[in-house]
Design a protein around this ligand. Structure first.
Ligand code: F6R
Length: 264
């Protein structure tokens, strides 16, 4: 393990291009499976988006025992989509995580972004934060990273001390998310997200990034200052972090991570 800040461990691995998404998915699934087999996965923190899809597929294919006791918490949800909307993260978690792993729906939690008043949204944020805190945070938290450097939907400028709240999505994120919506004007501009400090409460984190469009955010997160300017840089203060990259996402790192070829 490479020492991070403050006695944390941060390990960065570049997964062979030939292994692609499957290779990264397998490596991340190994971490989750290891915790599950050891009886340490009481709470599993899941991310949506494309980065972790292969992790869920890999875990489902393994047909591991023990899932019935696991509680799942998602990172974030759009504000303004009606309950049951197929583009909501609740629907994505149902399709990609709950159903394939055969989890009890009562044990799967996604922030509620359906309230139509600010007070209602604030209450939903507080309830979500309290429910996750009551479990002592996630045992393993999967993370993607946005091209903006966001984790969850904590966009640049998010305090590293932030907790679950309503946020405005960065223009780049709205554009990135447009691929899931028929018309650009349908893309939600706001979301409920776990804060950076909420995400930090997890015992282990696995952050996944693939593709050239993530390379600058990955560099800023791992080699830039730990700062709200790049919320993902906070992972360097977390207790136990594994960063899994494909060669394109790792291409702007100046220090050669584990598994990467010699520096050019
Ligand atoms: C999703 C989430 C986001 C994504 C990030 C990367 O729940 O919290 O931070 O992980 O936007 O998205 P993909 O994986 O689609 O590139």
């Amino acid at each position: 393990m490479t020492p991070g800040r403050g006695g944390t461990t941060l390990r960065v691995e570049v997964v062979d291009e030939a292994d692609g998404a499957e290779g990264i998915g397998r490596r991340a699934a190994d971490v989750v499976a290891e915790e599950l087999a050891a009886g340490r996965l009481a709470t599993f923190g899941v991310a949506t988006g494309s980065s972790p899809l292969q992790v869920y597929a890999d875990l489902a294919a393994r047909r591991l025992p023990g899932w019935d006791a696991v509680e799942v918490f998602a990172l974030d949800e759009y504000v303004g989509l009606p309950a049951g909307d197929p583009r909501s993260y609740a629907a994505v978690v149902e399709e990609e995580v709950r159903a394939p792993l055969g989890l009890d729906p009562a044990r799967v939690h996604v922030p509620d972004g359906t309230a139509t008043t600010e007070a209602g949204l604030a209450a939903a944020c507080a309830a979500y934060e309290a429910a996750l805190t009551a479990r002592g945070g996630a045992d393993v938290q999967l993370l993607g990273i946005g091209a903006t450097g966001h984790i969850g939907f904590n966009e640049p400028g998010s305090p590293l001390s932030s907790r679950t709240r309503v946020v405005e999505l960065a223009a780049t994120t709205v554009a990135d998310n447009a691929r899931f919506f028929a018309r650009p004007e349908d893309v939600p501009r706001r979301a409920v997200t776990q804060g950076v400090a909420t995400i930090a409460t997890a015992r282990r984190h696995v952050l996944i990034a693939r593709g050239e469009h993530k390379a600058e955010a990955v560099r800023a997160a791992l080699e830039g200052p730990v700062s709200p300017a790049c919320p993902a840089s906070a992972v360097r203060t977390f207790a136990d972090v594994l960063v899994l990259l494909d060669p394109a996402a790792a291409s702007r790192l100046t220090r050669v991570p584990v598994g990467a070829g010699p520096a050019a």
